[in-house]
Design a protein around this ligand. Structure first.
Ligand SMILES: *Cc1c(COP(=O)(O)O)cnc(C)c1O
Length: 493
């Protein structure tokens, strides 16, 4: 399987090369030259364990990996690191709504599904491309990604990971999660600045010939763990097939297809669902759920992507995004792989903050996607009602999806089986969740976690409980202009 840049079809690389480099040299994203089909009935797929399901799907794209290499990656990631036998179980509440719970990993959010395996895909890819250098992962984070990347890369041989976060831009729980990080190859530092400063600082290091050379002299090279890496997308396709298979095994009629409703920010998670559909999963509609930053809702209804609007801070912060990077891949497929077109509209986006797609592309998009959004008040109301009626506790991101799913049913009358994708443990957003079910919120988020557990009788997930009991290992703060100096100090170069 060959991968092209969304901006240039004459760039051709193997999956190992796509994973090692993350971004194509022209700034485009890597996309597969064609979409393979699963070549297995969903009934047979249902008989496999999760690691076997992962191996089956990954082998369709990572055709340059040997069976032994795939086994190593998949087993290292999905055996023993999740608090459930199946890392991605489907739960059904009394009114028949299904939830795909993607938060049973070490950081209690769906990013673990990809970031637990990425380190193995990456180190295997580095070896396959003939290198023996040590990989230094640099991450700028606004919260969830940093912690999930730290957990994924900690103590993975041949790697070091360095995470920078904005000193006043993450929640107290997120700060605690990162500052208490264990592992012998991890470094965490706050920076004096906001998320953009952290991101800009990391990009500056990646693009500095001087920095790259200084690492190369010590047989090290930089890499990134962010969500545009193909190695983060492909593991997400697995759980869509897995959920379909679990529903079939439970006797659900999927002959008319299943809908998935996905709380969306960077468009990575829902894009994986689209790939699963093209590969033959029994999927009908993909419902794209946004919070008040509803740029995607407007795009799906009008065919115009326009980021020129105020940025809103919401109680579902992982979806507070106005530029959904992975949308570039969808547009590439919608226009039949016309990389010249993608190149032109990405230029429009950079210069004017907007672009249009053709009517034909819009129709194609709407045959797969339906978009909706909800505000914070509706999010909280949905958490409260779901807990009251069904005793099922959901986080703010999942609640956005459930609220939008109800709107979808009201507006279309479509009663097909539907899976709402649940992307975080409610304990990750304890203050908002506690408030939504009428609880007394504490100033101290750790206290709110305890109250939430006492009020609902649900045990605090062990990764959160253990963070609350740990002493911080890191209390570094560096100036936003001194990030590379911090990197060099840590790496002793
Ligand atoms: C990252 C994240 C999302 C958004 O996923 P995308 O792939 O960026 O669309 C939704 N919910 C939670 C909890 C997340 O951490």
């Amino acid at each position: 399987m060959i991968f092209h840049s969304t901006k240039n079809n004459s760039i051709c690389v193997s999956s190992a090369e796509a994973i090692v480099s993350g971004l194509a040299p022209d700034g485009g994203l890597y996309v597969p030259e064609s979409i393979p089909s699963l070549d297995m009935s969903i009934e047979d797929f249902a008989k496999l364990s999760y690691p076997e399901r992962a191996k089956t799907v990954l082998s369709k794209f990572l055709t340059d990996f040997t069976e032994e290499e795939l086994n190593h990656c998949v087993n290292s990631a999905y055996i023993g690191n999740f608090d459930n036998d199946c890392p991605a179980p489907v739960k059904t509440i009394d009114d028949g709504t299904h939830f795909l719970e993607l938060w049973h990993g070490p950081t209690c959010a769906f990013k673990d599904m990809a970031l637990q395996i990425l380190p193995y895909l990456l180190t295997t890819s580095v070896k396959k491309t003939g290198k023996d250098s040590k990989t230094v992962i640099l991450v700028a984070t606004s919260g969830d990604t940093g912690k999930a990347a730290l957990e994924g890369f900690k103590d993975v041989e041949g790697t070091s990971i360095i995470v920078f976060y904005p000193n006043n831009g993450v929640s107290p729980m997120q700060k605690l999660q990162m500052d208490t990080q264990k592992g012998n190859n991890v470094y965490v530092s706050a920076i004096n600045g906001n998320f953009d400063d952290a991101q800009t600082g990391v990009k500056r290091i990646f693009n500095s010939a001087d920095a790259v050379k200084r690492l190369a002299d010590k047989n090290m090279s930089f890499s990134s763990a962010n969500s545009i890496n193909w190695g983060r997308l492909v593991p997400q396709i697995v759980y869509y097939f897995s959920a379909c298979a679990d529903l079939v095994a439970k006797g659900t009629d999927v002959s008319e297809g299943i809908n998935f409703c996905v709380p969306t920010g960077n468009f990575g998670n829902i894009l994986a669902a689209y790939y699963a559909k093209l590969m033959g999963a029994p999927i009908n509609k993909l419902i794209c759920a946004s919070n008040s930053n509803n740029v995607l809702t407007d795009f799906i209804s009008s065919g115009v992507y326009n980021r020129n609007r105020p940025f809103k801070t919401t109680i579902s912060p992982s979806m507070d995004i106005l530029i959904s990077s992975n949308l570039e891949r969808l547009v590439y497929h919608l226009c039949g792989g016309d990389s010249t077109f993608v190149s032109a509209i990405q230029k429009d986006l950079a210069i004017c903050g907007r672009y249009d797609i053709t009517n034909a592309m819009q129709n194609e998009m709407r045959s797969h996607f339906w978009g909706g959004f909800c505000d914070d008040a509706a999010t909280m109301k949905t958490i409260g009602e779901t807990y009251e009626k069904f005793g099922y506790l959901i986080d703010t991101h999942t609640a956005v999806a459930l609220s939008v799913y109800r709107d979808y049913v009201n507006s279309t009358g479509d009663n097909r089986p539907t899976v709402v994708v649940s992307t975080a443990s409610p304990f990750k957003f304890s203050n908002s969740v506690l408030k939504s079910i009428g609880g007394e919120v504490s100033q101290d988020e750790a206290e709110s976690v305890k109250i939430l557990s006492e009020t609902t009788g649900i045990a605090i997930p062990s990764p959160i409980a253990s963070v609350m009991e740990s002493e911080p290992r890191f209390n570094n703060v560096c100036s936003k202009n001194m990030m590379f100096e911090s990197v060099c100090n840590y790496l002793e170069i």
